[in-house]
Design a protein around this ligand. Structure first.
Ligand SMILES: [Fe+2]
Length: 257
């Protein structure tokens, strides 16, 4: 999205990113510019919507085979936020992509999710592995999931792009079956290539059919389910003997498999 947040500075950078996605085999992209919950119905949103129209019109010419959709990454920073507009959500699925403010773990994280749930959204929590302190407070992740939230990892965390703590938490979530989706969080900044293909290669490097099935659930079928509003497939703790998951599981849990 050109010029609306810390993503693509210009339209050209947005189009470059879409071309890069296309080269990775991706045919459907949901843009999720940042939006404060307190500003969900403000002029700032109108600016975002206008930028989307600009991007969509240009993309229809330069990358016509990508289906482009608009949603938002809503920062839940205001217990009084009005989240009633259904067009805030991811496609028609009744899911709202949300994040906690400032990449920190709020003491009231369950209350913030309750704000979202009260509007009958399924919260899709962006990058749970990145909030400072979540490694120590790891138990929160299962509480959020029990509340009905979907956990959406950044592929960059698995690749070490967000530091060792985020990488460790992301990999632990995968080994525990606590991750539902792996997404790009791609910001289309200059000279930044997309990493979904690398993430796919990492998850399937062992070559086993179990690894491929898990990667497909995390990167294809569960994202599609979120967009369609259909039930997600649970990603069980992986017990594959071979490959990346197996090694990770043995290292973390000391298992024999
Ligand atoms: Fe975010």
């Amino acid at each position: 999205m050109p010029g609306v947040d810390d993503g693509a500075p210009t339209l050209e950078h947005g189009l470059e990113a879409l071309s890069s996605f296309f080269d990775d085999g991706i045919r459907r992209v949901v843009t999720t510019p940042h939006l404060d919950g307190a500003h969900a119905n403000s002029p700032r949103r109108e600016r975002i919507d206008a930028a989307f129209e600009e991007l969509a019109a240009a993309a229809a010419i330069s990358v016509p085979d990508i289906q482009l959709e608009l949603a938002y990454e809503v920062r839940i920073d205001d217990p009084e936020a009005d989240l009633s507009d259904r067009s805030l959500g991811l496609s028609k699925g009744g899911c709202l992509l949300v994040e906690f403010p400032q990449l920190t773990l709020p003491a009231y994280s369950n209350r913030m999710l309750e704000v979202v749930l009260a509007y009958d959204w399924v919260p899709v929590l962006a990058h749970p592995e990145r909030y400072a302190g979540v490694g120590v407070a790891y138990g929160w992740i299962s509480r959020w999931r029990e509340m009905g939230a979907v956990m959406c990892l950044n592929v960059g965390s698995l690749l070490g792009e967000h530091g060792p703590e985020a990488e460790r938490v992301a990999r632990r979530m995968l080994a525990d079956g606590q991750a539902d989706i792996v997404a790009s969080d791609h910001h289309a900044r200059p000279r930044r290539s997309t990493t979904l293909r690398r993430g796919w290669d990492l998850l399937t490097e062992g070559g086993s059919s179990e690894d491929r099935e898990v990667a497909h659930t995390l990167m294809v079928s569960n994202p599609l389910a979120v967009l369609a509003g259909t039930p997600l497939t649970p990603v069980s703790a992986v017990e594959s003997a071979g490959g990346w998951f197996g090694r990770l599981r043995r290292r973390l849990l000391g298992g024999t498999k």
